[in-house]
Design a protein around this ligand. Structure first.
Ligand SMILES: [Cu+2]
Length: 300
């Protein structure tokens, strides 16, 4: 049987193949994003619990265009796909270390501990800690494929976004989506922290920073789909891990980016930023065991 040897369909030599569009990139990355309608809302909070210092209070009127956002933060499995496709090295790997919460570093050799973070002695700089070894050398992701990727810097998050046809949400988009359509509520599910005695997010219970009773089910990260989603279908916007946003923190000469949502380390005795309106920042090149990210994209 004759075979067709024509090469007409091959690209002419020297001509680069077309870059796939964002939707194709997202599909290749295995990402499906939720569609968030445009709308106006009160961003921030006037609650006595809200922080003036953080710029959480007073609330202000805000408008967001329709956009898309992931239902969960990026998982270890999703991030691995990116690393395997690109060979990308994260900033934690380039620097050779990352911040690990002290209770998770207990078995490590002292020689791996570079020191503690100023003012937060429970953060240890651990040599060899990075996304695939979140507690340093010898640690692994077995049983945590569906947990949020951590030890990723702002630049790492942007690199993943470029590869996956996405972007980081702005802070305002993040809050609008995290509110899930509720007006002025403290949390993504309402005003009561544990409705009917049921935990709805992953923060710290017990004595911070020495003992976590894990009453909510988790000492460290939880699977990204733990607990119920909010009204827009977002899982864990609050608690679990902090999420990088595209927004710059006001009045700073270094590159500080707003992070939102709080983490499994939030506890009222030290940090109650697990409210949906709460905000803080980190230096863009920081990586820690409690910060990840959630991707977004423009609407069509
Ligand atoms: Cu906190």
């Amino acid at each position: 049987m004759p075979i067709n040897l024509s090469r007409r369909s091959a690209p002419p030599a020297g001509e680069s193949t077309q870059t796939p569009d964002a939707a194709t990139l997202r599909q290749r990355a295995g990402l499906e994003l939720l569609e968030i309608p445009s709308g106006e809302f009160r961003c921030g909070s006037d609650s006595p619990l809200a922080s003036d210092e953080d710029g959480e209070r007073p609330s202000r009127q805000a408008y967001v265009e329709a956009f898309r956002i992931a239902s969960t933060s990026v998982t270890n499995a999703q991030f691995r796909r990116f690393i395997e496709a690109t060979g990308y090295r994260t900033e934690a790997e380039e620097f050779g270390w990352s911040f690990v919460f002290h209770l998770f570093a207990e078995g490590l050799d002292d020689s791996l501990i570079k020191g503690t973070a100023a003012g937060t002695p429970w953060w240890l700089g651990v040599e060899g800690a990075y996304w695939a070894a979140p507690e340093g050398p010898g640690s692994h992701l077995r049983d945590r494929e569906d947990h949020p990727v951590v030890h990723v810097s702002y630049a790492d998050a942007l690199a993943y976004c470029r590869w996956s046809g996405t972007r980081l949400p702005t802070e305002t988009e993040w809050e609008f989506a995290a509110r899930g359509g509720l007006e002025g509520a403290l949390y993504p599910w309402g005003d009561e922290f544990t409705p009917g005695g049921e935990h709805r997010c992953n923060i710290w219970q017990g004595e911070f920073p020495s003992s976590n009773t894990a009453e909510d089910g988790y000492v460290g990260t939880a699977p990204v789909r733990a607990y119920q989603p909010n009204g827009y279908g977002l899982f864990n916007p609050c608690g679990n891990v902090w999420e990088w946003t595209a927004t710059s923190w006001e009045s700073s000469t270094v590159d500080l980016r707003v992070i939102r949502g709080g983490s499994y380390l939030c506890h009222d005795s030290y940090c109650s930023r697990y409210r949906v309106s709460a905000r803080t920042c980190n230096t863009a090149d920081s990586s820690t065991g409690n910060t990840g990210f959630r991707v977004a994209a423009d609407a069509d």
